[in-house]
Ligand binder design. Structure first.
Ligand code: EPZ
Length: 423
């Protein structure tokens, strides 16, 4: 298991290109199950999770090839309607194949995703939504077993706004007989792009981008192509890296990004003292002289993303004062805190609230990645800690950040990847 060695203290400066959005790719790829043929997904990020989804779809008979960042998927032949445990346990987003399989083939056998590093990750909303569309769904020996002659329209309300459940139910409803209304639908940009892609495939969807989506089922769809939107969480992560390590007068420019998708992060960074300018597809940021403490409470889009909570805590660890960070989406997503404390941060967590007393200095140490965004926060802290920080098990990071050490090196960071000891 690889590790990163980081010598902190180098201010970042220069230009970095943002990659395609992991959470858009993971929703778009399974949509290829809805109609036989060839699809091309441009700007697909080169990530471990995209490989995992590719392997799952290949195990179902699809043929997948890569040409640079264009992923080609041929779903002419689908030989299996099953998502086995060995794939799903690696990545919860595998459950996205459920809706398309039931919708097009009338059957699916999908392993229940386990938990993840920070706790349970239920899929009850996915199951209840697809049941309401007329599927018979049983849980058998750790698998979701679904059958349906043909799904029918329904009115569905999500008690909790859910990105995955919205995507899954949308992909089930587009071929159903009749009209489906989804109330309290997720509005994350990745789900909006999925809706746009389904429309490009011939689906009839109203309310894209709102919390109320109306879908009129059609008899069949056809393949389509699309360019994946930029990754807003990678964008936020590099913005925090610049704010944390930069010096006055030395800025970082992010290109190939979508400023409109990171509005909440930009406001928070300006509150912390950063200077930010934006264009249609670029953002320039100059670090503050002193990082001001800024509270943050995560919320569904367009609120402050839970996927930026760990990175924000890393920034606030060096603020001049105390800040309070609350995660309302995941109550126990704080595995990064004890590792940041090993680097000298002063943070206490009570239930879903972290109180961060900013410190003057962090000092390098050996720390352990536990999940994707936690490992990002450890990298950020290592960039500003004195001496050397060793971040272990960076395969977590490779799930969601494309060539992160290469991008950081190009900005002046002293970071290198080393093969780690096997545990
Ligand atoms: C997506 O996960 C993202 N993953 C996550 O990003 C992100 O943290 C999350 O949305 C929230 O924004 C992908 O898109 C692949 P949810 P998802 O369903 O769809 C509860 C990353 O770092 N819930 O919106 O699984 C759930 O427990 C990853 O890139 C139910 O109760 O998240 C949570 O509290 C981590 N029942 C809330 O809803 C369900 O059936 C939001 O979860 C489903 C969800």
């Amino acid at each position: 298991m690889d590790k990163f060695l980081i010598r902190g203290g180098k201010p970042l400066g220069g230009t970095v290109a943002i990659s395609g959005a992991k959470n858009a790719s993971l929703a778009l790829m399974p949509a290829a199950l809805l109609a036989p043929g060839r699809y091309r997904f441009g700007n697909t990020p080169l990530l471990r999770d995209v490989v995992t989804m590719s392997r799952l779809l290949e195990s179902m008979g699809l043929r997948i090839t890569h040409d640079d960042h264009t992923l080609s998927v041929d779903s002419t032949t689908v030989s299996s309607h099953e998502a086995p445990y060995e794939h799903v346990k690696k990545m919860r987003a595998s459950v996205y194949v459920l809706g398309p399989l039931v919708s097009r083939f009338g059957e699916a056998r999908v392993s229940l995703p386990g938990g993840c590093a920070w706790g349970p990750r239920p899929v009850n909303l996915h199951i209840e939504g697809i049941r309401k569309l007329g599927a018979d769904i049983q849980l058998e020996a750790g698998y979701i077993v679904a059958r349906a002659k043909r799904l029918h329209g329904a009115r569905i309300l999500f008690d909790v706004s859910s990105v995955g459940a919205t995507g899954n139910v949308m992909m089930a409803a587009v071929l159903a007989n009749g009209t489906t209304l989804i109330e309290n639908a997720a509005q994350e940009p990745e789900i909006v792009q999925l809706s746009e892609f389904l429309v490009r495939m011939g689906a009839r969807i109203q309310g894209v981008g709102t919390g109320r989506i109306e879908i009129e089922g059609v008899d069949e769809l056809h393949p389509a192509d699309i360019a994946t939107i930029p990754d807003r969480i990678e964008t936020g992560t590099f913005l925090v890296a610049a704010a944390l390590t930069g010096t006055k007068g030395k800025g970082v420019r992010l290109e190939r990004c979508t400023p409109n998708h990171v509005g909440s992060i930009i406001v928070k960074l300006e509150d912390a003292g950063a200077t930010i300018r934006t264009g249609p597809d670029w953002i320039e940021i100059e670090a503050p002289e002193q990082i001001r403490p800024v509270n943050a409470t995560t919320a569904i889009y367009p609120g402050f993303p839970t996927d930026m909570q760990a990175q924000w805590i890393a920034l606030m660890a060096r603020a001049h004062g105390t800040s309070v960070i609350t995660d309302t989406i995941y109550f126990d997503r704080f595995m990064h805190v004890p590792e940041l404390v090993r680097l000298g941060a002063n943070i206490t967590v009570k239930e879903n609230i972290a109180t961060v007393m900013g410190v003057d200095r962090l000092v390098g140490a050996k720390v352990m990645s536990t999940d994707l965004r936690a490992s990002a926060s450890l990298i950020l802290a290592g960039l500003v800690a004195e001496g050397t920080t060793e971040v272990l098990r960076v395969y977590h990071l490779d799930r969601g950040y494309e060539h992160v050490e290469t991008k950081l090196q190009a900005l002046g960071a002293d970071i290198r990847r080393e093969p780690g000891e096997e545990f």
